[in-house]
Write a protein that binds this ligand. Structure first.
Ligand SMILES: [Zn+2]
Length: 283
């Protein structure tokens, strides 16, 4: 497979040939940065962990050059950080038993440029080779520009692919904005309470990010716990750990759907729910 950047890489933890590893994929996570998938796509990793018939492949679109740094990493250059973050992502791929992890190695400005077609071409090549049944990516209401750009490039790439390469499900998940605000009937709810140790291990390998002064590991486990407890106000918790997503599959199946209007629909339904309760309780 020919990817655009000479520094791109398809890492296969068990050492088998890349094309063979990719072809085994059933679940795929596509994110902007090293560590995003372990935060947002843990459901897919968990679905495949230890299973003979399911395999997870990760795709990281950016090179991770611009991340904040502190502690033992304080004097690292952008180039040093790229190396460290790639090693960390490989550690996660080993811990999570991924079939493969693809590093596309783009600078974030290239990803944020809608005119740049290279990212989409790379994504199409990977999806053709892997034919995932389920894809997890960033939600379109995320507040990080690069995250939203990756989700948009992915949707465009999928729309350009023949239907036989479309995943059965495309989910937008939580990193830089949770989805607690989405009406319950609009949420896709992923129960991820199994293998809590694995969740902690996957988040813990990204030392350069956590040492940068951000406890993503604690925050992510806390968000999942909060999602579970605050999901239903009546009755006892049915799970100790939930990740929320929104279903982006219709945007792929029907390319005529306007992406902005689709996301606006979630916001409108949220607004209507808040207004309805306020009105009801004011009578
Ligand atoms: Zn990110």
């Amino acid at each position: 497979m020919q990817l655009h950047n000479p520094t791109s890489e398809i890492y296969v933890p068990d050492g088998s040939p890349a094309e063979k590893a990719l072809a085994k994929t059933t679940h795929m996570g596509i994110s902007a940065h090293q560590d995003d998938l372990e935060i947002m796509a843990f459901h897919g990793i968990l679905e495949c962990f230890g299973k003979a018939d399911k395999q997870f492949t990760g795709v990281t679109v950016t090179n991770g050059a611009g991340s904040p740094r502190d502690d033992i990493y304080a004097k690292y250059t952008d180039e040093d950080m790229q190396k460290v973050r790639r090693v960390e992502q490989k550690k996660a791929a080993v811990v999570g038993e991924y079939a493969a992890h693809v590093f596309l190695d783009y600078g974030s400005s290239a990803v944020k440029s809608a005119a740049n077609k290279d990212v989409g071409e790379d994504l199409k090549a990977i999806i053709r080779a892997a034919k995932p049944k389920v894809i997890y990516t960033h939600n379109l209401a995320d507040k990080h520009d690069t995250h939203v750009a990756v989700a948009l490039r992915l949707i465009r790439a999928l729309r350009e692919l023949p239907k036989e390469f479309h995943p059965g499900h495309l989910y937008g998940c939580e990193v830089w904005r949770d989805l607690d605000w989405v009406n319950d009937e609009d949420k896709v709810v992923f129960n991820v309470e199994a293998h809590e140790n694995l969740a902690a291990a996957l988040l813990g390998v990204f030392d350069s990010q956590i040492c940068g002064g951000k406890r993503y590991d604690l925050a992510t486990m806390g968000r999942r716990r909060a999602n579970a407890t605050y999901f239903a106000s009546h009755g006892v918790d049915e799970s100790t750990s939930l990740i929320f997503g929104i279903d982006l599959t219709p945007l792929v199946q029907d390319p005529s759907l306007d992406i902005l209007k689709y996301v606006q629909g979630y916001i409108d339904r949220f607004q209507a729910e808040v207004a309805q309760r306020l009105t009801k309780m004011s009578r």
